[in-house]
Design a protein around this ligand. Structure first.
Ligand SMILES: Nc1ncnc2c1ncn2[C@@H]1O[C@H](COP(=O)(O)OP(=O)(O)O)[C@@H](O)[C@H]1O
Ligand SMILES: [Mg+2]
Length: 191
């Protein structure tokens, strides 16, 4: 079962070889901040804007839930995008994501409903709401995030820093140099 974990000593928090930027918490600039980060990624890992979308959800959470859209509060971001993996660490100045256990319980029930085809019950697990949820919060971005960040979603002890990792099929330069540009539908080189 995939779930969000709390582990301060996770290797996902290693900042070695990562680039660093910090942004003021201006909600209207989230797409811009995201582009600034993702523009450093090799084009083959961008996957039709999926990378950009997933990165922006984490920035959105840091600015909105963490820093409460206060432009004086800073969002710190470490990032590394290569052909092997995408890694991101987002640190906000907020109180932290206190409901991780509740979120995991909610998601587990949600996945069980989907697996068992219990469509009626599934209606109760569409959107995760906490005391801090606002009207416009969809309450569902982290469900897809857990699937996308297949190397893990890990929070630190105070739950105001999240580290994520996504791995990609092409794992070494040898594979890359054999890659045939006309083999556009495959992640593997043509034999
Ligand atoms: N950086 C954070 N600080 C505090 N709470 C967070 C943070 N990131 C996520 N959360 C909590 O996780 C919940 C689910 O997040 P998400 O799936 O992105 O939905 P939404 O942002 O639309 O509420 C949020 O409502 C919030 O309670
Ligand atoms: Mg969100």
């Amino acid at each position: 079962m995939m779930e969000i974990i709390i582990d301060e000593s996770s290797p996902l928090f290693s900042k070695e070889d990562m680039q660093y930027k910090e942004f003021s918490s201006d909600f209207t600039k989230i797409r811009y901040y995201t582009l600034v980060l993702v523009s450093s990624a090799p084009s083959r890992i961008k996957e039709s804007n999926l990378l950009e979308q997933q990165v922006s959800e984490l920035i959105k959470n840091g600015i909105s839930h963490g820093n409460k859209n206060d432009p004086r509060k800073i969002l710190k971001i470490w990032y590394s995008f290569t052909n092997k993996n995408a890694r991101l660490i987002v640190e906000d100045e907020g109180e932290g994501f206190k409901e991780i256990k509740a979120w995991n319980d909610f998601n587990r029930k949600r996945v069980e409903c989907i697996r068992s085809g219990n469509i009626n019950e599934l209606a109760n697990f569409i959107s995760f709401r906490s005391q801090n949820s606002k009207e416009k919060d969809g309450g569902n971005a982290l469900f897809a995030a857990l699937e996308y960040w297949d190397g893990g979603i890990v929070f630190n002890k105070t739950c105001n820093t999240v580290a994520v990792k996504k791995t990609f099929a092409v794992t070494n330069d040898e594979n890359l140099s054999e890659f045939k540009p006309w083999d556009i539908n495959s992640d593997h080189p043509a034999k």
